[in-house]
Design a binder for this molecule. Structure first.
Ligand code: MRU
Length: 357
């Protein structure tokens, strides 16, 4: 694993330690998060970000909310779990992994309550569940890496957008996992990383972690993606996702849609790499996905220097949706869904034992 993005420290009481990603690449700092408001703040500020990492953070955030509550009866613990879940759910709206992890924590508490456990017993179950989410994310990344690496050739050059690597998960990432795995297998690869305006996750984070991992990486600005494709430099595009609708529409960092359209125009395969926890079973189309809008200052004064006139109107959607028709395949931990559509996605979910809503 190139970096450890977040982890639970200690037993009980414990806390979450995470890389303070807003400071990278200038400073490598750890942030200790000890309560629920602190976790909401860390997620909102993007100290921890990337869909799977947000899911892991949410599970651990629940533990921060319940760990010091001794001797509660079952219903009181259940009320606390529901309340903590609602608070954490407000941190960011788009990455479905946040809600997936919280639903899983609430479901575990309900199960234990129904089994007659008291508050302390339910708390034990929550600890198990949060650690399970963390560990499952680790094995999921390995599987994504294995399936994705089959699409990568020795000597190939690949484009990625935003950061879907170790910094976005509890292991080697989603879209970057195939690069790490291909590299491990001895394939010589090169990666172009879109800088990813306005918060530069590509330049600050992807470039940083791929360099740590010994992978050849070149940063370009977002508007250069078409040029490098036109020059014949890109063999395929690999991106992560924050939420995938049942028809295969892929929501990811703003700018992904443009990259997908450009890829299609140039006959370049476009792959989304995502765990099944990123598929939203409750929505059939990408236009139902809530798109986070972030503050204007990220565009007008993102890194401390004014880059637009004071008072100018700004529109700052943090994500966009790439319609399924642009997606060559979705790499999941159970295999690649080629030319995704609702039928194929539903079949993959069912095969993995996931109930459709
Ligand atoms: O706003 P961010 O940095 O959380 O956006 C992250 C992305 O868009 C990633 O590509 C996505 O979450 C997939 S992460 C494995």
């Amino acid at each position: 694993m190139p970096v450890e993005t977040l982890k639970w420290i200690g037993e009980r009481p414990g806390h979450v330690q995470m890389i303070e990603q807003t400071k990278l690449p200038e400073t490598f700092e750890q942030l200790d998060v000890r309560d629920v408001p602190g976790m909401v703040d860390a997620i909102y500020r993007l100290a921890v970000r990337g869909a799977p990492a947000i899911g892991v953070a949410a599970g651990y955030g629940m533990l921060l909310g319940v760990q010091d509550k001794e001797g509660l009866d079952g219903p009181a613990m259940m009320a606390l779990v529901q309340e903590t879940s609602s608070t954490l759910a407000k941190a960011r709206p788009t990455a479905v992994n946040l809600f997936w992890a919280l639903d899983r924590m609430v479901a575990r508490a309900k199960l234990d309550l129904a089994a007659g456990k008291d508050g302390d017993g339910m708390r034990d179950g929550l600890f198990e569940e949060a650690h399970a989410i963390f560990h499952e994310d680790q094995t999921t990344c390995e599987a994504l890496g294995r399936y994705g690496a089959e699409l990568i050739k020795d000597g190939g050059t690949y484009l990625t957008h935003c950061n879907a690597g170790a910094l976005a998960t509890a292991n080697t990432g989603t879209a970057l996992a195939p690069f790490y795995e291909a590299n491990r297998q001895g394939k010589k690869i090169a990666v172009f990383a879109d800088e990813t305006r306005p918060l530069l996750q590509g330049a600050r984070l992807t470039a940083w972690e791929l360099m740590q991992g010994g992978i050849d990486v070149t940063v370009i600005t977002d508007s250069m993606a078409g040029r490098v494709m036109f020059e014949g430099k890109i063999d395929a595009v690999f991106v992560g996702s924050d939420r995938i609708a049942r028809n295969g529409d892929v929501c990811n960092k703003i700018g992904t849609y443009s990259v997908a359209v450009l890829a299609k125009e140039h006959g370049i395969p476009f792959y989304a790499v995502a765990p099944l926890s990123t598929f939203d079973r409750s929505i059939t189309h990408g236009d139902q996905i809530p798109i986070e809008e972030r503050p204007a200052i990220e565009i007008t004064n993102g890194f401390g220097k004014p880059t637009a006139p004071e008072g100018v109107k700004v529109y700052n959607p943090a994500f966009d949706v790439t319609p399924a028709k642009y997606v060559t395949g979705i790499v999941t931990e159970v295999g690649v869904i080629e030319a995704p559509n609702q039928e194929k996605i539903d079949a993959a979910m069912k095969a993995a034992g996931i109930e459709l809503l």
